[in-house]
Design a protein around this ligand. Structure first.
Ligand code: SF4
Ligand code: SF4
Length: 230
């Protein structure tokens, strides 16, 4: 979808944060819309001193494949994004539904394209005109994320619900998942201890990743050290 297709930018509008999505509805595009609906989310970068920095940044617009944000050129956030070329983003609703995304950042080159994107963003987000009236808006550079890994996580359900997703060509995020290996002796201790009741008998026993809290209780309880963390 072309960046200059104004209709594409509307794709991120209209998601009702009060509606719990059906599991099959949650994919990368839906998660971008979810982050746009939250709008004020946390962006983590690595600062010039090599240490982490985190800031609340607006998700300014999304298409089914991209998440756009702004950074005024005078801010350290802009320097971090340009220098590192990578961000980690997380947003949460009042009822503990979270979405996180991390991936490389694209900085569209060319003044004409930048200005067109800034104009599109200010049209979608008119309150920005109060902060940056008139031509002051063009101190903002537009960036977007179109590739990365992420996860939707609902801590308000019991058992909890999580669903990883990939954006662009990136693989789905499996970091941090617990896996039961063939060393399992079938004692059932992990299933008894699991607070989410998401371990089923089998050879070996198996964890339903969509409901796993990733707390690690099962791994600590296993007498055969059969549970590993990926
Ligand atoms: S506690 Fe360990 S050995 Fe026992 S069923 Fe679970 S994974 Fe298998
Ligand atoms: S990590 Fe926690 S929630 Fe996940 S299977 Fe193990 S005990 Fe259950």
């Amino acid at each position: 979808m072309a960046w200059h297709d104004a209709n594409a930018f509307q794709q991120g509008e209209g998601l009702d944060l009060n509606v719990i999505p059906a599991p099959e509805e949650v994919d990368a595009s839906w998660c971008l819309r979810f982050l746009r609906a939250i709008r004020d989310v946390s962006f983590a970068t690595i600062g010039a001193d090599g240490l982490p920095s985190v800031r609340i940044i607006d998700v300014m617009m999304v298409t089914p494949e991209r998440l756009y944000f702004l950074a005024p050129r005078g801010k350290a956030f802009h320097e971090d994004v340009v220098r590192e070329g990578f961000v980690a983003i997380v947003g949460q609703t009042h009822d503990y539904r979270t979405c996180r995304l991390r991936g490389p950042v694209v900085h569209p080159e060319g003044e004409a394209e930048q200005r067109a994107l800034v104009d599109a963003i200010f049209e979608l987000n008119p309150s920005m005109n109060v902060i940056y009236p008139g031509d002051a808006r063009y101190i903002c550079d537009v960036f977007y994320v179109e590739e990365g890994e992420g996860e939707y996580f609902d801590l308000g359900q019991h058992p909890i619900f999580r669903k990883p997703f990939k954006l662009g060509g990136k693989a789905e995020c499996e970091r941090g998942t617990f896996l039961i290996t063939d060393a399992c002796i079938g004692c059932g201790t992990c299933a008894e201890k699991c607070p989410e009741q998401c371990i089923a008998p089998g050879e070996p026993y198996v964890i339903d990743q969509s409901h796993c809290l990733r707390c690690g209780i099962c791994r600590e309880a296993c007498p055969a050290q059969a549970i590993v963390k990926r």
